[in-house]
Ligand binder design. Structure first.
Ligand code: PGA
Length: 243
């Protein structure tokens, strides 16, 4: 694993955006796996700036997002489709038909998961997957579990994730209880993984994920077995790593 230690969130965002835009510059029809959450917002801002400056062209690129809440319309302001439109996709020259998020309102969620997995395979897999990490080590909505989920699937959110996300809803009761997520196997099949983290509150989980045992109780720990992972994190988030 390659570790890029930055002094700040802004620098983390700039380095991560540079890696993603370099991927697209080198391979214009790259399939980028994208993530939601507060951590990637700065990365997306820098990607938008790079495209506005003419440094990258997304017109042949494809995006596939990690996950989506079950039951939220794409126009719901807490849906991950909405997040992606507001924070990145509306502001770059990507073709709308090349952007994908699991459909949380599909009539049959299991069929939607199978469709999404086949869609990714149909593109030849993911060239670079961007990830954040949850406080419990989740990646996408792959929560601590007794086994690693192989493919895109439906999950029930843990109380810890409901609590972490309730700030975005009127109350905890409004947080959807289910979501669709790429599996750990889907993520591990990406050719490259780029994981970003910022702030002291991520220090404990980062060291458990990357300096501790590989276990489905810390889903991100499986990335220790991925052959091409880059971790871009600020010094506060890396506080538990050997200096
Ligand atoms: P955050 O979420 O970026 O808002 O910290 C990360 C995650 O839950 O994957």
């Amino acid at each position: 694993m390659k570790i890029i230690r930055t002094a700040s969130y802004e620098e983390m965002s700039g380095r991560a955006a540079g890696i993603l835009t370099a991927q697209v510059a080198l391979k214009p029809n790259s399939v980028l796996g994208l993530a939601t959450g507060s951590t990637p917002i700065g990365t997306y801002k820098q990607m938008i700036a790079a495209q506005k400056a003419g440094l990258v062209d997304f017109s042949a690129a494809v995006t596939v997002n990690l996950d989506e809440y079950a039951g939220l319309e794409p126009t719901h302001d807490q849906s991950y489709r909405w997040f992606m439109q507001q924070n990145l996709l509306n502001h770059i020259n990507i073709l709308p038909q090349n952007t994908h998020v699991p459909q949380g309102t599909a009539a049959n969620l299991d069929e939607e998961c199978a469709r999404y997995e086949a869609l990714i395979a149909g593109y030849g897999g993911i060239d670079m997957q961007l990830l954040g990490i949850g406080h419990n080590g989740h990646i996408g909505f792959n929560e601590p579990d007794d086994c690693f989920a192989p493919i895109t699937h439906k999950v029930s959110l843990t109380q810890s994730t409901i609590n972490a996300n309730k700030r975005f809803f009127e109350s905890a009761d409004d947080v959807p209880r289910q979501a669709l997520t790429m599996g750990i196997g889907t993520i591990m099949a990406a050719k490259k993984v780029l994981i970003i983290a910022s702030g002291a509150e991520k220090a404990d989980i980062l060291s458990r994920a990357f300096c501790g045992p590989v276990t489905p109780q810390v889903p991100a720990s499986i990335l220790q077995f991925h052959p091409d992972v880059t971790l871009v994190a600020d010094a506060d988030a890396l506080a538990g790593f050997p200096q």
